[in-house]
Write a protein that binds this ligand. Sequence first.
Ligand code: FE
Ligand code: CA
Length: 506
Amino acid sequence: MINRRRFLLSSTGLLLLQTPQSLLSAAASGPVFSLGVASGCPRENRVILWTRLAPDPLHGGGMLPDETQVRVRVCRDEMMRDTLIDANITVTAEEGHSVHYPAEQLAPGRDYWYQFYHGEEASPVGRTRTAPAGNDDVPVRMAFASCQHLETGHFAAFRDMAEQRPDLIVHLGDYIYEYGPGGADRVRQHQGPETRTLWDYRNRYAQYRLDPHLQAAHAAAPWLMVPDDHEVDNNWAGYTPEDPEEQTDLEFRVRRWAALQAYYEHMPVERPPQLAGLDSELRLYDSYRFGRQLRILLMDTRQYRDDQVCSQAFPSAPHCDARLNPRLNKLGRAQEQFFQPLLSETEARWNVLAQQTWFTSFRYPGNEYNMDQWDGYAAQRQRIKTKLAAPGFSNPVVLSGDWHCGAAMNVPLDDANPESTPVAVELATTSISSNCPWSAAVARALPGNPQLQYWTDNRRGYVLCEFNRDRMQADYRLVDSPTDPGSAVFLDRRLEVIAGRRGFAG
Ligand code: FE
Ligand code: CA
């Protein structure tokens, strides 16, 4: 009722004159910057700045349906005195009152600070950083993470990541989980049912974004990000849901659009989703360059993939010939063609393929594989590995998440011969907070997988990498106690790759 009344008042345009500025467009009375700030998609001269006005974050956001204005300032100093940009932005209900402001004409390879204002309220100050210029040969520090089920752990890993102040944070998906509330044994509980509508997804992102450690990680550095399955529905593929018998094709298409729209509204990404009839696309895959040192090929293996083949037994299923079908595509044709020339381009020293699921073949006892990972799309993986193996292609590093147990693996050219000369290394991060109840099955498979150099077992954490002229080092940082938001986070293992060599050193 209150919402409706204030909307009617505002549409007369008269009584607003007596209303304080801060109440002009908020139907609820909480702080409008409850979800914090973020930045993303860093380029040499440009970065996207994000916030979303949400005085009532768990109930649709709490703004009136009117347009409203947000002011943004970008400064060269942390005290916010040396102003470079001061602009007003119109935000709309159609985009959940989110802001995606492209801050442009920035200098390469340096820090900036930004803050938003609405009425009398000011947001927290965020720190961001542009990519180094093309010829700049400076080290790059990058953290990456995945899988943050809010019910099964706190986000101490994000607190530690923010304290490290990396140049860049990469998120490989499972940023939210779609499930309804779990049992009373969880450290905290999802609000609302399994997410299906735009309203549900907005509230779920808001619940995650209220976490102070996640907010700190967003405010500490620019992010690159891509969703995996749980941002929509467990193990979905293209236009196929997890349970086709529980929802019609039409229902899933509407659900997929709602999920992508809510993802856009909560992330500092460059473009909104596009609708063509009932087909939706949120274009995220792209190439990002960080000076001479590093190029990141950000891949999306969910939106365009063919459905999984063979059995869906978990965590592994018996080999079947369908998984070797050369027509099976995990990227979709357009994306594969986009990356084709980039997998032969050699200007950056380190070439990172950032994507969601385990890339290296991993065989479970009895010739079994996980069909949701790249073992279910083995012919396309072989095409990519052949490109990576070219002598002129320098220092490929594959990143992955999804599996909740982390690992570091040499990537052999021949799947059948895991000890053959590697063409690349893979860094698979463990989860921020999601459990890995299948860790015992992975442990039993270890003797048959000598390409695996290290694994985290059932521990939470993330990976912090440094790329420089001589080497890449990857620190696996693990959380002492996932049930404690103040938990210590420690270095479990440092792995190194020497520039110009394939495979891990030592
Ligand atoms: Fe996950
Ligand atoms: Ca996943």
